[in-house]
Every structure is written in C-alpha cells, then in structure tokens.
Design a protein around this ligand. Sequence first.
Ligand code: 26W
Length: 838
Amino acid sequence: MPSRPVSTYKPLCQSDDKDSLKNDIQRHVISSLGNDYDPPRPYPYYKALAYAVRDRMVDRWIYTQRRYHESKAKRVYYLSLEFLPGRFLKNNIYNLNMDQCSRQAVAEFGFDLEDLSELEWDAGLGNGGLGRLASCFLDSMAALQIPGHGYGIRYDYGIFFQTLSNGHQIEKCDNWLRNGNPWEFERPENLYEVQFGGHTEAYQDENGKTSFRWVGTDNIMAMACDTLIPGYDNGHVINMRLWAAKSSREFNLEFFNMGNYVGAVEDRIHSETISKVLYPNDSVDQGRELRLRQQYFFVSATFQDILRRHKKHIACWSEFPDHVAVQLNDTHPSIAVAEFMRLLIDQEHLEWNEAWDVCVRTFAYTNHTLLPEALETWPAALLGRVLPRHMEIILEINRHFLAKVRQHFPGRDDLLEKLSIIQEHPERRVRMAHLAIVGSHTVNGVSALHSRLLQERVFPEFVELFPGKIRNVTNGITPRRWLLQANPGLAALISQHIGTGWITHLDEMKKLAPMVDDPAFREAWRKVKKENKQRLLRYVLRKTGINIDESSLFDVQVKRIHEYKRQLLNIIYVISLYNRLRKDPSSVTVPRTVFFGGKAAPSYVAAKLVIKLINSVAEVVNNDQSIDNKLKIIFLSNYCVSQAEKIIPAADLSEQISTAGMEASGTGNMKFALNGALTIGTLDGANVEIMEEVGRDNIFIFGLKAEEVAEKRRSGHNPWDCYHQNPALRETLDMIRDNFFNPEEPGIFQPLLHSLLEGGDHYMLLADYADYAATQEAVDKLYLDQDEWTRRSIINSINMGKFSSDRSIGDYARDIWKVEPLSRADFNGNCPLPGEDA
Ligand code: 26W
C-alpha cells in the first residue's frame, strides 16, 4: 500500500465540545446500540459515551500511525502475557482532556459520570504487579510520544472474580466480555496462521544448501483486537493489540466436507480454547501445555505482524534492530527468541551467526522475580512435541552458547551445567530465563535492590560472561490514573498551588515543599484525605454492611496474597492489638481500621488459609462490643484495579512488609505514597528507593535486611526462641492453635502454625515480629500528632517524582530501546490544515 502522508489526512474531526458530544452519544444509542434514546437509560448511555470517546481517539490514532510511518521512527514492541488496564472510560476522558464536557454532557441527560463509569467491567487480563506495570507503561509511552505498541492475549476470561463464602475464597469466572466491549476493534478480516505440533524435515534449497521446514502442523488463526491508548493531552494514541484464537477455516472445511459437521464444530471449539483463560498463578509456574501454547500463539502472531510492518522498509536484516526494539515482559514471551531465529533462518535464509546477531540486538528482557519457583522451565519433551522446530533451534542456540562458556571458563564443567539453557536433572527442561538472557542485549531488574540481587545471587556467572548486560530500571506508576483520576480532590489541591505541570512531570510536585509549613495547606490536605476516607467508608458499608469510624487510622494491605508478602504477619499483629483491647480498651490510643484485599492463586492452599484466618479474626473482632469500636478488620473481596482506585486515596498507612529480598519492586507502595499514605515496610524492593526519596524519618522501616535474611537462613533461625521471648506473640499463636477464632472448624489453621514453628519460618515472620509490633506503636504515636502526620504525608507525596512510569519509560527508551520520542503532534482535536506539515 502506498504510504499516505500526514498532511493529507482528513480527520473526521468531531469536536470536543459538549453539544457535539451529546449529539454523538444519542446517535450511538440509536445507530450503534439499536436503542431508543428516550428515556435515557444508564447502560446504553455509558456505552454510547464510550463509543463517542473512542471516535475521538481513532482520528488521533490514525494520525499517529502516519507520523510513525513518515518519520521512519524506531518502534518499541512491549510483549506481555498480561495487561491490567482496569476501566477505560474515565482514563480516556481525562487523557483526552474531555473531563468537563463529558460531565456536562451526561449531566444534561440526567447522569453522573462517576455512576456511568461504575457500569464498566474491569479489564482484568493480568494477575497483579506485572500486568498493571505493563498498562502503566503503555500510558507513559503514549504520554511521552514514544512510537510503541503493546502486544498480548485477549483472554475471554480474565483474572477470576473472587467472592467469599464463610470466609473462604471462592473463584467465579470473570466473563468480562459478556456485555460486549465498546473499546476494542476486532479485526476478523486480518488473520494470521499459527502452527503447532507436526515435525521438521530437511531439504536442499535452490543453492544446494540444507534448510529445514516445519510441516504436518495443526494450525490456529489469530485475530487482532485493538484497544487504543491515548497519551495525556498530546494527540498521541498508541495501540494495545491483543490476539484472540480462531479456528482455522481450511481445517474446518476438511472435516465438514467429510460429512462430520459436529466434528468440525468440536474442532473449532478446541482451537479457540487457546485464548480462553488467563492463568491465575502469579508466581508458581504450573507448566501446563495450554500455557505454552498461549505463549507461542501470541508470540507467533506478533512476529508475523511486526515483520509485515517492517520487512518492506529495510534494506537488509542487519538494520532491523535499528528500527525495532522488542521488550519481553518476564520470560513469558521468551519463546520469541527461538521464533525469530526460526523466521530468519528457515524463511529468510540468513546464516546462523548473522541471524543471531540480529536477534540479540532486537530483544531485551525484564525479570520480575527472584523466587526460584517462579522461574519458568518447560519439559524438553513437551516443547519438542508442541514446537519441534523451536526445540531444535534452542538446542543449537545452547550449543553455541556453551562453546562460549567453555572458552570463557576453561575446565569449569560445573558451570556448563549451571548456565546451560537445558537443565538435565531430574528431567530435561528448558530454562526460559537462560534463553531470554542469552538471546537479549540487555536484561533488567525492576528496583535497585532486585537488580543487585539478580546480579549477585541469581546470575553471577552471566554477569561475568556478559559484563554490563544485567541492569536496573526501577518501576513506576502513571500519575494520570493513580493521582489525577483516582484522587480528584488531591489533584485539584495540588494544581491550585503549582499548576498542572505535575501531571506529566511528576518531579514538579517538589514545588509544594514550602507549603509543608503552611497550616492552612496542611488543613486542606487533611480535608481531602478525610473526604476520601468517607467515600471509602460508604463503599464498605454498601459492600459489607460494616460501619467504620472515619477518624480511625486506615491501615491497608492490598495485593496478591502470598506467603512472602506476609499478610499473616499483619493479622498476627492485629490479633495482639485485639488482645490488648480486650484486657484494657484504654491502653490503645488510636482506633484502627485494618483493610485487607487480594486474591490467592486457586491452587495456593497456604494463601487461601490466610484469607480464611483474616476473615475468621474479623468476624470475632468486629462483633466484640467490649473493645469500644477501636478495631475493625475489613477484607474487601475481589480486589482489582477499580477497587484500588477507591482504597488507595483513603489510606493513612501502607503495609509493604514482604520478607526482605523477596519482593522484586512492588508498585502499590508507590501508589500509596503518592496519595499521601505513610509506609510501614521492610527494606525490600522499591521501598529502599522510596526511603531514599522521602527521607528515613518519613517512613516506618523495620525488620531484617535482605542480607540478614540470607544469613539467618544459612545459620539457622529458631522460631521457638521468638515464641518464648515475646508473650504477646505467644498468646496470639496459642489462640490460633486453640481454635479461638474457629471453634466450629477446629484445627484448620494448624498448617499455618506448623510452617511458622516447625517448618523453619522461611519467611521470617516470627523473626521480624517484635520489630514490626514496636514500629506499629511508633505509628500510633505519630498518628496522635495529626499535624506532624500530615506534614509527613505531604512530604511522601511530593517526593514521588522518581516513581512516575514516565521516568521508567524514559530510562528504557534512552538506555535500552534507543528510541526517540516523536515531536509534539499538532493534532490536538483540531484538524491540521491541508498541506500543513505536522
Ligand atoms: C508463571 C506464572 C507467573 C506469572 C506471573 C510467574 C511470575 C509472574 C510475575 C513475575 C508476578 C509478578 O507480578 N511480579 C511482580 O512484578 C511487579 C512488576 O515488576 C513487581 O513490582 C512485583 O514486586 C513482582 O512481584
């Protein structure tokens, strides 16, 4: 197709004023939704508004595409099995600067934008931090005008919907597409074919060279579903392209012609299962065949799409990495290394070394975890069966790699085994992290501490072999969703004093530093927090029927439930607080509401038991009239992005209490601090850098450091010593043992106690308990001094500049991708004049 110059693009040019928006909404109610516009009903009006907003993005997107094309800018492809965008409506409205006119438009139909927005189902296509990070990164790429694309899978069912039954987690399927999805464009007319299974065969090509082909495969089609991601007030719109599996037409036809109609339909259903469901594990790899198929399905479709876009514009393959950077979000898409080699060698007929050079210069890989059980490996037999040609290529990559290892470390056969992409015992498996490291030019961890531990503990020999390859890019969060949108009161207060520059330059929040000493400003800051707490309180009342005291300290731990995140440490402390209250209500000076939220992987028995324990304790504590309403425990079911937006702005205290050395970064920690919560946390992940930014005096740090945890594990830690030395801890553990909270189901919490006392307390809960409890008392003490608390709250919030995902994306763009932002587009809702040069 001939290229279409920017200058000839004629936008449809819907204007963003209220009246044209109203017009479009009613038009969509009629012609897109087939409804009567009168009387206005909320759901069709929500959807019609979404369509009207989408209309305004499409113009800008096409325009952005043309600018990429014309400028021949280098592009970034962010490959991720997970994206966790949450709701789109308000986000898109804010980013397009349509806030005012949208509110007015819907108000004139009798609606409130907040209420309409609640009708949208969260897009929950991710498990937790890694998926949400991917979505924050897309927002920042769009904000910074970086030519970027997100690629992933359009799961029919996202992360499960969590309900509680008698305090136990119950998983329900998240049928998020049930009412359709007004944001996406499905593209059934453009499909790519993805191969599976079959076998490889050698043949002589026309020059007599031995080549390989992959034949006899089962094929599945990939259909693109595009969701547009607008930058903040800049006319730049990027695309998140998610693949949905479709049955291959030919294959069906064959069955059909054989008269096997039902067989054909069954086969179709079978093919389409590939993109049915997101795997709900956020750390332990279950090694299921369908998961491998998902990974390859999405990688194959993505590379066909990338090559289609770039092939015709490059003179030779060696310049491909000057046009394309591919970022692998964890090892989940790392089969891409083998796939790209296959395409270059089998289809493009490059020599091995030439292809390898192109491949390594194209990829970079982000590691998100130090947990050994989370490092993906695939049984060689399985990989060989599902992707036989890739298995051959991986073995060849490994042969070349091990030759390099031998050369570098002569006589060190132990290292060959350690570094090999293939693990031999107890079963032959492919180590995807090794494949990703070897196949990339850069590997990064996600916080300073995590990157250092990666270098020192997990991959020291790789550091020696590839000096400078393993680096750090500290994570970040988008201030558009996590402050502007989630906390409009605070955003308005900030803008009132320093203008709106902070929205795209979060460092500018520092301009508020002099205001810390202004009592009126502190008062205004407190007022916003109070209103946010009232908003959350109303939500909790609606959802649980529980009344909470708005003046109590809102103490919050929301994140996936995992032993290393230590929700158990938190609830054990809460029980000890309860015990103090039972003995003497006046001994506790600060009333607290302790919030928990988070999902446990369905097969993670210990994590599910922690949920049950929290709920059992809540049941007893919340119904105990003797404690003067000084303690409430709230487990909010189905924690998700939209719920986080309600909880985080209302928090006083942010619990970031993982065992040091185990949380790669954390990003919730950043969201809370940005919204003025004080952190109680260990020196883990990005907490370390948060402390550096806000100052040691403005954060509650406790517990063992990463090195001390390692040392204690080596030298042996005796949990019984902690038990015997701390009467409050002992009392608490005894109550759990004696079924105080679960008289109806005696013994159910024994496994938790066992892992603490008999199982060696791997996560150092008991080792850190005393310091945690003492630090919680320091929290209470400070909370009594509301003025000082507010001062520190402000200091936290205004020093979060480093944790904007704009900074993270800026680092990636400059240091890893080597891409330049496009200059600011002229297209800002206004049509460029014909012939005008953008
Ligand atoms: C194979 C199953 C699986 C699925 C997801 C294994 C591992 C994962 C992710 C690595 C889990 C995850 O979300 N990790 C989190 O990534 C965040 C973004 O970098 C970090 O802030 C968190 O500390 C890290 O736990």
